[in-house]
Design a protein. Structure first.
Length: 228
């Protein structure tokens, strides 16, 4: 983990072409964080370093490989699962669908639709802790379809929201546990709706699909392949 943290700091320094003083300040600040905070930021920077995409570093995604699962099946399942995870399904939006005139090529997102979830009791406590959490509310799961047929569910990764702070503004233990329950919901609802029972199953399906279709995008490391 130490090597990973050092590499992540180096990636930040390289990306922003920092001066020596700035880099030293960043490194000192980073190493002064709690270990879970270090892990949270190091994990984000691993993704940024590999992909150059900060948005991807703040999200989780699941590739839908079961062709028999329709879009409606997926959204119906998410609605049903919301109650199971003490969430409310509070709305959805059909964001867009490209027409033939808009040139829906294989590498373009041709259709997107969002589902919105909320736990009002937790939301109130989170806003009291920091009103800036409101920018993430309600929690969303996005259905995204590409012109080549690939379909994904994408949701916010709450790791930084939970572990990215410091003892200057600690999250109270009760709220921390409630936030962890929301984090679990935002993992399990789309995971299950995408047709998987475990995250490892979803990761293996994505790796297999990408290899078979020649897709050069970041995939998760399976446990036996993680050399750290």
């Amino acid at each position: 983990m130490t090597n990973r943290i050092v590499m992540s700091i180096a990636s930040i320094i390289l990306a922003f072409n920092m001066s020596g003083c700035t880099a030293m300040k960043l490194g000192t600040t980073f190493m002064g964080f709690d270990s879970k905070t270090q892990d949270a930021y190091a994990g984000m920077m691993d993704v940024v370093s590999e992909t150059g995409d900060p948005a991807q570093a703040m999200m989780n995604e699941w590739l839908i490989t079961d062709d028999e699962l329709t879009e409606e099946d997926i959204f119906d399942e998410m609605k049903d699962l919301a109650t199971e995870y003490n969430m409310r399904y509070v709305g959805e939006k059909n964001m867009f669908t490209l027409t033939e005139a808009e040139n829906p090529t294989p590498d373009k997102v041709v259709h997107a639709r969002s589902g919105e979830f909320c736990s009002l009791s937790v939301a109130k406590k989170m806003l009291t802790h920091s009103r800036y959490f409101g920018g993430f509310m309600p929690c969303r799961v996005i259905y995204v379809e590409y012109g080549d047929g690939r379909r994904y569910l994408v949701s916010m990764d709450m790791t930084l929201a939970i572990y990215g702070g410091t003892d200057k503004k600690p999250i109270k233990p009760e709220l921390l546990e409630r936030m962890k329950s929301i984090q679990n919901a935002l993992l399990m609802i789309p995971l299950t709706a995408a047709g998987y029972e475990t995250q490892e199953e979803a990761d293996r399906a994505m790796i297999k699909y990408y290899k078979e279709h020649g897709i050069n995008e970041r995939v998760a490391k399976l446990p036996e392949e993680d050399k750290e």
